[in-house]
Design a protein around this ligand. Structure first.
Ligand SMILES: C[S@@+](CC[C@H](N)C(=O)[O-])C[C@H]1O[C@@H](n2cnc3c(N)ncnc32)[C@H](O)[C@@H]1O
Length: 273
């Protein structure tokens, strides 16, 4: 049985990330080994070839590296807080809840726009301790469902760049207002990358893609937006070049890592609150 996926704009971006993780995970030297992604892709009725823009082949490593880094931080949080509540924002069709070993006491919420969650519910099971929420994260009401008495891990992969800076600030304030402690892990682009996608916005729109809105200027950005957060760590994606199994792509990422202007083009961040 296959399910139709009829998306445009920001919702469509989750099909690209799913497809690239599935592609990367089929290689014997896979960085991520997201075999669930490969199975899910086979159940979606969609012409994935039309998503492929130039750079698609190399982007599968970018996606795998960022997902693995966020998986490692998430697994570390769950080890320290087996009773955690995990809010996985802009989850798309990502299999993270099923890739990680969830402690029996943890609760996981996958959150995305209603149409995405409708499709997700047809493709994934909803076991005990796991729940989906179909809502924009900019709507404050979805948070009312979330228990407040546990340590909270917020994961936002491939999301914050699509929200405006004001939406991001409002969202983060809701976490510090509502929960007493937790961590936020996410990915963010340098300002020059955001400006570049904005210059390409017409071309991207013709292909049905949105451009990015929000950059992460430096590792203190989130503390400036909301002093309730404290910086813990950041990892430039390019610094993970040694994990790439294909020499040509490894060399490109290694060079990007060696050049200060490109080293921080894309980073994963970890903040506490
Ligand atoms: C680039 S995809 C990333 C999906 C997933 N995290 C992954 O890595 O495969 C961006 C996701 O953010 C979701 N999204 C965008 N704006 C959103 C919003 N305001 N509220 C909830 N989800 C949103 C999109 O529907 C899409 O699934």
């Amino acid at each position: 049985m296959t399910e139709k996926a009829d998306f445009t704009g920001v919702e469509q971006t989750m099909l690209i990330t799913l497809y690239l993780r599935a592609w990367e995970s089929r290689s014997k030297d896979s960085i991520l080994r997201d075999h669930v992604a490969a199975q899910i892709v086979d159940h979606i009725d969609y012409d994935f070839s039309k998503l492929m823009m130039r750079g698609g082949a190399g982007n599968r490593f970018l996606l795998a590296l960022r997902a693995r880094q966020l998986d490692e931080w998430a697994a570390d949080f769950l080890r320290r807080h087996p009773d955690a509540v995990v809010l996985h924002l802009g989850c798309g069709l990502d299999s993270r809840a099923f890739r990680l070993d969830l402690p029996a006491g943890a609760r996981w919420f996958d959150v995305d726009l209603p149409d995405v969650i409708d499709l997700r519910r047809k493709l994934y099971p909803e076991p005990e301790g796991y729940q989906t929420i179909g809502s924009s994260v900019t709507e404050p009401r979805w948070l009312e469902e979330i228990p407040t008495e546990h340590p909270v891990l917020v994961i936002a992969e491939g999301l914050l760049m699509y929200l405006t800076e004001d939406e991001n600030k409002r969202l983060l304030h809701q976490f510090t207002d509502r929960f007493s402690r937790g961590e936020l892990i996410f990915d963010g682009f340098a300002p020059w990358v955001i400006r570049m996608t904005q210059r390409m916005s017409k071309r991207l729109a013709r292909k049905g893609y949105p451009s990015y809105s929000t950059a992460i200027r430096d590792d203190r950005e989130i503390e400036r937006w909301n002093p309730g957060f404290r910086y813990i760590d950041d990892v430039p994606l390019a610094s993970l070049f040694a994990r790439i199994p294909v020499r040509s792509y490894r060399t490109v990422y290694r060079l990007m890592n060696a050049i200060p202007a490109t080293r921080n083009f894309y980073r994963m961040f970890r903040f506490g609150f």
